[in-house]
Design a protein around this ligand. Sequence first.
Ligand SMILES: CC(C)(COP(=O)(O)OP(=O)(O)OC[C@H]1O[C@@H](n2cnc3c(N)ncnc32)[C@H](O)[C@@H]1OP(=O)(O)O)[C@@H](O)C(=O)NCCC(=O)NCCS
Length: 169
Amino acid sequence: MDKFDLTGIRIREIRESDVDFIVEIEEMNLGIRRPKYWKRELQKNKEGRFLGSRIAELDERVVGFILGDIGSREFGMPENMGWIHTIGVHPDYQHKGIARMLFEDYKRRFMELDVDIIYTIVSLSDNMQLPFYEKMGFRPGNRVYLEFSLGKEPPKGDRVTDYDFRQIM
Ligand SMILES: CC(C)(COP(=O)(O)OP(=O)(O)OC[C@H]1O[C@@H](n2cnc3c(N)ncnc32)[C@H](O)[C@@H]1OP(=O)(O)O)[C@@H](O)C(=O)NCCC(=O)NCCS
């Protein structure tokens, strides 16, 4: 990691004026623009319904963000599940410990809210996020994420009841 002074970084609540910067950062990182998504999230923050988004700021500039919430995703799962939906750092400021700071701040807030386990969904081909989450201590869980394509027939292989497949999980 580069030598970088993290003392100038401030982690704070999201504000309306951050949305454009977050959208820019996401576009640089992922090639997609999601202004409507972030405006909706901002509204949820205002209503105080979720844990909400937190921002990493340096010299009044948004350099990173994290977004998650708390709650069950399905019947029978605990209400105090912590979720991280997205985390992103400006490309010029990556590998300097900013995502770790955002995660540590979020982790502390989850603990205050009695969350036991934090969940996130990451693509198996994501070679930026997977090593990051691994470093933060995340490991494969004993539930599997399933998907159903409305436009296509299910492929013949990859059966979810397949014993070898379940062993991998
Ligand atoms: C993944 C991401 C958030 C990590 O942010 P970051 O600020 O660079 O991460 P940090 O510097 O805090 O890294 C924390 C630890 O994870 C490790 N790490 C982070 N990214 C890594 C990578 N790509 N490969 C290997 N290790 C990595 C670091 O080495 C560090 O370990 P250390 O503390 O032992 O040195 C950032 O790369 C990013 O924004 N990526 C693109 C955005 C993205 O895909 N967002 C998800 C949208 S849904």
